[in-house]
Design a protein around this ligand. Structure first.
Ligand code: ZN
Ligand code: CU
Length: 535
């Protein structure tokens, strides 16, 4: 027994299946794993030995919900490296991007220049737009990365890539084109279909359009992943729409970042979770993910009614220049619009703080209500002026949830962990991009005892790999891909905060991806074995 590239000795193996941890050594050779009884491997013969005494050895974490589609494509300047590093430093060896209806592909060739202009704004730099998954994967293959990346097909992107960002139903020929582009990218290896039904242009689609597309995913045996049409006062109706889409299309259902946010929906997880559990008991394949924070993060433009965003960001900023249009928006927020989530109407501008406004760093970290009070202005005008000055792109943090709901979702046996991280240069992004996984292990496992360690690791690994078809990942076993994390269960903790959002965690000692050590002693090694995964 020798010839390992790497031997991890003396740790407690928590293998990702949910089974109790057991002492074991883990050998790595040619990118694959061998599990050994303690002391079975000779002390010599491995090129590198990691001493894991007192540590947990687990499969590398799978972050099932990211918006990291473009961060490695941004180039080496402007904080890119700190943004890229944050994920792998928390133990993530596979990121699944393309969530919430937004991906960097697919689109008809004639739509690509306009799509590229939009992705430049939404991803904070020129990350491109691609005709299909193969084009996306080829662009990523040019840029070395530490961990692996898989991508869903975003429905909003797909729709804009065929119709443009317009507020109308798709014509039958357009829907056929969308189905064909989706089919091609899924055949090339994309992970499934995602929607973001609160976001334009995805929100312009009715249920039938999504059913037709989800049926394409179903034919590939890939899931329908959805940011529900409403996560606030109408969250139960929105969940029923997702269930209907899954039933009619035959696609498995995965509910993204499940939450019941805003004062009218607090406590509603007491109804949504039993509903999901009952469906599972009937045999329906439905799962969800969750991040361990009571605040969310999104675009400031999403605080405005859907018609305001018709035509894309350029059309939005033009409307914001017109006082009469602003008054219409103010009224829509005060009175609501049928079928629109209306975050501000469900909470208030005092719960919305500016996370990233590149030309207005003095606004970052402050609430819109507070900015309005100091300017002696109406909050909608403050938000509108900021959007105009920033050409439409301002990121916000929305303090919209209560802890009891977050805990209930975390504890649900079918809930996996996804950061919903938005790694965009500048400002103060939500700390979930750097803190999610250690926060679950430190706060919710060790401090609060909400989850057993093995359960939490399963939610971060084996459960996620099974949902997204990551064959040979998410579980430590003989012949599995060598993606691993070594952490100290006594000290693991998130350190990222809303004021210092990229602070690396404590207690994540080593990370192995594709058989290479990418983090050692809590620091990146510089190895770049990561790949785009073709599923
Ligand atoms: Zn989302
Ligand atoms: Cu998201």
């Amino acid at each position: 027994m020798s010839g390992f590239d790497l031997l991890i000795r003396g740790g407690l193996l928590v293998d990702g299946t949910g089974r109790p941890g057991r002492p074991a050594d883990v050998g790595v050779a040619a990118g694959r794993l061998t599990v050994l009884a303690p002391g079975e491997a000779p002390r010599t013969g491995a090129a590198e030995v990691i001493d894991a005494r007192g540590r947990v050895v687990a499969p590398g974490f799978v972050d099932v919900h990211t918006h990291s589609d473009g961060v490695t494509l941004l180039g080496p300047s402007g904080g890119r490296s700190a943004l890229v590093r944050a994920s792998v430093l928390q133990g993530v060896t596979t990121e699944i991007c393309g969530n919430c209806g937004s991906s960097l592909f697919p689109a008809l060739p004639e739509r690509l220049p306009a799509m590229r202009a939009e992705t430049r704004i939404t991803f904070g730099g020129d990350v491109g737009a691609y005709a299909d998954f193969a084009g996306f994967a080829a662009a990523h293959a040019e840029v070395p990365r530490a961990n692996h990346l898989a991508s869903l097909v975003g429905h909003g992107t797909l729709r804009a890539g065929v119709l443009g960002p317009v507020d109308r139903p798709a014509r039958p020929d357009e829907l056929r084109t969308m189905c064909a582009l989706l089919d091609a990218s899924l055949a090339q290896g994309a992970a499934g279909l995602s929607t973001g039904l609160i976001y334009t242009p995805g929100s312009y689609a009715g249920t039938d359009e999504v059913v037709a597309l989800a049926a394409v995913a179903a034919r590939h045996g890939k899931p329908y992943v959805t940011h529900l049409r409403d996560e606030m006062s109408r969250v139960e109706e929105a969940l029923e729409e997702a269930i209907e889409i899954s039933r009619r299309s035959g696609a498995a259902l995965h509910v993204s970042h499940h939450k019941t946010a805003g004062r009218y929906a607090w406590g509603r997880t007491e109804r949504t979770l039993p509903r999901i559990a009952a469906l599972r008991a009937e045999g329906m394949d439905v799962t969800c993910d969750v991040y361990p924070y009571t605040a969310g993060s999104t675009a400031l433009a999403a605080m405005l009614p859907p018609w305001a965003n018709d035509g894309g960001l350029g059309a939005l900023t033009a409307r914001l220049g017109d006082p009469a249009q602003r008054d219409r928006m103010r009224r829509a927020i005060a009175e609501g619009v049928p079928g629109w989530e209306n975050t501000v109407g469900n909470g208030g501008w005092d719960r919305i703080s500016v996370a990233c406004a590149p030309r207005h760093p003095q606004a970052e970290g402050r609430t819109v209500a507070d900015l309005a009070a100091s300017a002696g202005a109406d909050p909608l005008d403050v938000a509108a002026d900021l959007l105009v000055a920033e050409a439409g792109e301002v990121t916000i943090i929305s303090h919209s949830m209560v802890e009891e709901d977050v805990r209930r979702v975390l504890a649900a046996p079918y809930a996996m962990i996804g950061s919903d991280g938005v790694p965009k240069p500048g400002g103060r992004p939500h700390p979930r991009w750097a803190g999610t996984f250690p926060r679950v292990l430190g706060r919710y496992v060790r401090e609060l005892g909400l989850l057993r360690l093995e359960e939490a690791v399963h939610k971060m690994t084996g459960m996620a790999a099974a949902r997204f078809g990551l064959t040979g990942r998410g579980v430590v076993g003989d012949g599995a891909h060598a993606d691993l994390v070594v952490f100290d269960p006594a000290t693991v903790a998130d350190r990222a905060t809303f004021t210092e959002p990229l602070l690396p965690p404590a207690g994540i000692d080593a990370v192995v991806a594709g058989g290479e050590v990418v983090v050692r002693g809590g620091e990146e090694t510089g190895a770049r074995p990561g790949k785009v995964l073709t599923l």
